[in-house]
Design a binder for this molecule. Structure first.
Ligand code: ADP
Ligand code: ADP
Length: 223
């Protein structure tokens, strides 16, 4: 039932405590929001989940398995869409997605790749390189790349930061669709409006601490 559990997670950068005793229990199928201002610790938390940042202490389980002891297995259950966009310039959109599939041991993933290209309106861009993509197209490719292995749990770190309204709306619609298909979604944002539009339950993060966790309805009524 539990998709991801954070227990007493701590992380400091020198004297700065970026995360302090984080406890969160995210259920399977839930659309969960991590809402907080810049510097609250959202990216650090996602970085620890993705294995890019080392925590100082605490435990994280994905589908009841410890992420350190079961690194490869838990990695397959997660699709993490980072905030920063970087692609290898030498590969086309389709090649980028095929290479990513290869990391997960999927040899021929063309059906899934076609499905993602279509869902994210990138089918015309399949054979061009990332340098020829607009910012919005790159953001959509970043999402497709995180989904090639059809993960159970999808984590999006500020997916609409710096995105225009039209793309924002289509991304909102797409992640809601994924959630309706049964995927667990975790989304970080500093926009209350975004958390309100999408999430079932929201954790408010401030200066590395979870200040509050509640259903969207209860949170809005208390503001
Ligand atoms: P965001 O706006 O998403 O929080 P930042 O611009 O703060 O992004 O961070 C971009 C990158 O720089 C991240 O990889 C983050 O880990 C790193 N970073 C952020 N703050 C610091 C800092 N004070 N010292 C060193 N690296 C930092
Ligand atoms: P958010 O994603 O909520 O904006 P971050 O997790 O990026 O927050 O940052 C939390 C705090 O940790 C900020 O004060 C940031 O400057 C600091 N920080 C993040 N990454 C680093 C880093 N690599 N080195 C030093 N400080 C960092």
């Amino acid at each position: 039932q539990t998709a991801i559990k954070f227990e007493n997670v701590n992380k400091s950068y020198g004297k700065l405590q970026a995360l302090a005793e984080i406890n969160l229990n995210i259920k399977q199928g839930e659309f969960f929001g991590l809402l907080g201002p810049n510097g609250a610790g959202k990216s650090t938390l996602i970085g620890i989940l993705g294995g890019l940042v080392n925590k100082d202490s605490g435990q994280i389980t994905v589908l009841d398995k410890d992420i350190i002891a079961n690194y490869r297995e838990t990695k397959k259950s997660l699709g993490i869409v980072p905030q920063e966009i970087t692609f290898d310039p030498y590969f086309t959109v389709r090649e980028t997605l095929a290479i990513q599939s290869g990391y997960f041991g999927i040899k021929d993933n063309s059906d899934k790749i076609d499905e993602l290209l279509q869902a994210l309106s990138l089918e015309d861009k399949a054979d061009i390189g990332p340098r020829q993509l607009s910012g919005g197209m790159k953001r959509r490719l970043l999402i497709a790349k995180a989904l090639v292995h059809d993960p159970e749990i999808i984590v999006l770190d500020e997916p609409t930061a710096g995105v225009d309204v039209e793309l924002r709306n289509s991304l909102w619609e797409y992640v809601l669709q994924l959630n309706e298909q049964g995927k667990t979604i975790i989304l970080t944002t500093h926009y209350l409006e975004e958390a309100e539009a999408l999430c079932d339950r929201i954790a408010i993060l401030d200066q590395g601490r979870v200040v509050k966790v509640d259903s969207k309805e209860n949170l809005i009524n208390s503001i």
